[in-house]
Design a protein around this ligand. Structure first.
Ligand code: GLN
Length: 501
């Protein structure tokens, strides 16, 4: 494919978009909003669809199997970002990768909507591949709208994060209503359709969301014609790096395979932890600044992976808690259990402006990024401490919805301290030639954390309050220990980071 001509327009002076940002940001905002609508909408009903009996329209899997599939799927989505980033950087550019990804994602959702088991698995694989192509590259394109000196860059990313969460907030409401509500099932029956097929309407709605995202992009694509172009082949090289592509693809598949082994042999996870700690020590005690920075990146990686291992249980164990053990009514009205998955995003929409204000207000007095990570871990540990009494109370029947509202408040506070901070710290710590790789490492932390979350959620049991309380307490203790360890390491990590805050 021929690279497109170089940038015709300079977006630095374009203030026609949201909040005085380039108009391209508005397009990316809505495209990503709809992509996340499809991702989180499908995810909101995925676990429930797998564990419900065939009579209820589900697949009838047990919790362990369903959580393992859920974990492998959410892991693959983030893990394939490395491959997606590589394909964009070396072959087709971010813009085409994003469009190809969107088409593959929509195809995946519609495949799932058709209903057979092979279609279910094919759909999951397509969505994972498509998201790997779209997700890292749309983020890169946001960055490309601003010059290095443009003061609007960080705010641009915050606006973009808002788009993500508006999509993630709205979609479980839609897919959850279609999949689970009595009202919609009655509607299907009145049309002479099978009401237990309601799940497939939910999957279909996710596909419609992604299609809308693609339409937004296609209509407004000229605003982005100058960013995310395909790279010119390196002078003196023999065309595209097909060999390296093969290696990255093979490596990704091998890593997914190795992590899948943890379904049967949980010791794989301990080996992985040991390797990470070994790498931190190896780089941390080398004399050159680049190695030291790499050690800092790996500490952040380690902490982020633990954070996501708790946080990413939203769609698995916490959804089961919501479905089986929570009184899902608001203002006297019942609502579908999948709606809980909107609550994290609702908190993001409420809390993000508060954090933006706080960081501006604190200015140079704000905590360092390793300290923010420590606080992030603390909050996610506290969220599971909160669930201990909630679990005990399930002995007396379904518990108040306020427990889960509290859980999501604490988790979202942790997310605000870790997720956006992580993104910007990674880009600043990475040596220039390795930015893409370091971004990939960042998403790898989400990938491994998601898989870990699936492994842990496989142990979730609704029918024994004491065991359930210990399920949450043990995880809180482990994360608490990691929080203390990271707190002790803050001064060392700051030294490793050199001048970067
Ligand atoms: N909620 C954010 C998103 O969907 C971050 C998720 C993650 O990195 N695990 O983009």
């Amino acid at each position: 494919m021929n690279p497109l001509p170089a940038a015709p327009a300079d977006t630095t002076h374009d203030t026609g978009g949201i909040g005085g940002h380039p108009r391209g940001l508005t397009t990316l905002f809505f495209t990503e909003m709809w992509e996340r609508f499809s991702y989180y909408g499908m995810r909101a009903i995925l676990m429930l669809f797998m564990v419900k009996t065939a009579a209820e329209g589900g697949l009838g899997f047990d919790t362990k199997k369903a959580a393992a599939i859920y974990g492998t799927y959410t892991m693959s989505v983030y893990l394939l970002s490395i491959l997606g980033g590589f394909i964009a950087d070396n072959f087709i550019g971010a813009r085409r990768a994003m469009v190809a990804g969107g088409i593959i994602i929509a195809t995946g959702h519609f495949t799932m909507a058709t209903g057979s088991i092979p279609a279910f698995y094919t759909g999951l694989v397509l969505i994972a591949i498509g998201t790997g192509l779209l997700k890292p590259n749309i983020s890169t394109m946001v960055g490309s709208l601003y010059s290095e000196e443009d003061g609007r860059r960080d705010a641009g990313f915050s606006i973009f994060y808002m788009g993500i969460n508006i999509g993630a907030f709205l979609s479980p409401l839609v897919t959850g209503y279609l999949a689970q509500s009595e009202g919609w099932r009655a509607q299907l029956a009145s049309w002479g359709l099978n009401p237990v097929q309601s799940w497939h309407w939910g999957f279909g709605a996710a596909g419609v969301g992604m299609t809308l995202g693609l339409l937004v992009y296609v209509r407004q694509r000229e605003r982005l014609a100058h960013v995310g172009n395909a790279p010119a082949p390196e002078p003196g090289s023999h065309g595209r790096p097909w060999g390296k592509l093969g290696l990255v693809a093979l490596g990704s598949v091998a890593l997914i395979g190795a992590m899948k082994l943890s379904d049967t042999y949980p010791a794989v996870i301990l080996v992985l932890f040991a390797l990470q700690i070994g790498a931190i020590l190896f780089f941390g005690f080398r004399p050159d600044p680049d190695s030291k920075r790499m050690a800092a990146i790996l500490v952040f990686f380690f902490a982020a992976q633990i954070f996501w291992a708790i946080f990413e249980q939203t769609g698995s164990s916490i959804t089961l808690f919501a479905d089986n053990l929570t009184d899902n009514t608001a203002f006297g009205q019942p609502f579908p259990s999948s709606w809980w998955q909107s609550v994290n995003s609702a908190w993001v929409i409420l809390l993000a402006p508060l954090f933006a204000w706080l960081w501006i207000k604190l200015g140079p007095r704000q905590p360092s990024s390793p300290m923010k990570f420590t606080l992030g871990l603390l909050f996610v540990a506290l969220s599971f401490v909160l669930m201990v009494p909630a679990a005990k109370l399930t002995a007396e029947g379904k518990v108040s919805p306020l427990w889960l509202v509290g859980l999501y408040f604490l988790q979202t506070t942790g997310e605000m301290l870790l997720s956006p901070v992580g993104l910007s710290t990674m880009t600043r710590l990475a040596p220039q030639r390795l930015v893409g790789l370091v971004m990939g490492i960042w998403f790898l932390a989400s990938a491994l954390g998601s898989k870990l979350a699936g492994v842990i959620a496989g142990e979730f049991k609704s029918d024994n309050p004491a065991e359930l309380a210990s399920f949450f307490w043990q995880q809180a203790l482990w994360v608490g220990a990691a929080t203390v360890a990271l707190f002790a390491l803050v001064p060392w990590v700051k030294r490793l980071m050199g001048g970067v805050r």
